[in-house]
Structures are given as structure tokens and as C-alpha cells.
Ligand binder design. Structure first.
Ligand SMILES: [Zn+2]
Length: 132
């Protein structure tokens, strides 16, 4: 009976949407701290931009999830696991209103993703200016 909680989740998601848009509109203190630490590094500007892009990409991804969850509320499909079709536990949704998998399916997915992760991936931070 997840539907009876729809008004609560709509409120949580609208708040998450507003907060994310606000975050994306302003520069973050974390990024400027990073820049100051690397001040002498000739590649710092590039690195800083990479961090900023990463931050924006993550926020944009989150926002997309929020918008998708709101759309599912409109369709009456919110709170249903996209993998197995079961209702997602209420506590899980309250903690993270954007989840689209139940805990069992999420754990399966994480096991799969951990196997795919490449431990040898080169970070942009490790590159010299000549490499860029
Ligand atoms: Zn599931």
C-alpha cells in the first residue's frame, strides 16, 4: 500500500529537486579548497575544471533520478522495484526517495558493478600537462 504514502514522497522529492538545482547554481567551497591546495600546479586549472564537471555531472544524474521518481508518482508506479516488480520497503524509500530497486535487487546489481570496475583506470589528476 505504498500509494498512501505518495504525498510524503512527492514532498521529499520536490525538496530534493529544489536543493539540487540550488547546489548546481552555486560554486562549492570544496572545489575552491581543492584549487588553493594545487595553486602551484600548472595543471590545477584543468584539474579544477574536471572536478567541477564531475560535480555537475553527479548532480545532473541525481536530478534526473529525482525527476524520474516524480514522473513515476504521477503514473502511480512509484515505489515499485524496476527489476522484480515488488514494492520497495518503506524505510528504504524514506532514506533515499530516488531508489528504483528493492534492497535484494540493488545488492545483486552492486555485486555485478564491483566485478566490472577497472582498478587500473588512470585518474586525470595523475596526468602531466604534456599528457593533456
Ligand atoms: Zn527487486
Amino acid at each position: 500500500m505504498i500509494e498512501t504514502h505518495y504525498p510524503l514522497f512527492r514532498k521529499l522529492l520536490e525538496e530534493a529537486k529544489a536543493a539540487t538545482l540550488e547546489d548546481m547554481a552555486k560554486t562549492t567551497p570544496d572545489l575552491s579548497a581543492e584549487r588553493m591546495a594545487d595553486e602551484a600546479d600548472i595543471a590545477s586549472l584543468d584539474a579544477d575544471q574536471t572536478l567541477a564537471t564531475k560535480f555537475q555531472t553527479r548532480k545532473a544524474f541525481y536530478l534526473k533520478k529525482v525527476m524520474r521518481a516524480l514522473a513515476k508518482l504521477d503514473l502511480g508506479e512509484y515505489g515499485i522495484c524496476e527489476s522484480c516488480g515488488e514494492e520497495i520497503a518503506l524505510n528504504r524509500l524514506k532514506a533515499r526517495p530516488i531508489v528504483d530497486l528493492c534492497i535484494d535487487c540493488k545488492e545483486d546489481q552492486e555485486k555485478y558493478e564491483n566485478r566490472r570496475k577497472n582498478p587500473n583506470a588512470v585518474s586525470v589528476m595523475d596526468l602531466t600537462p604534456e599528457d593533456l
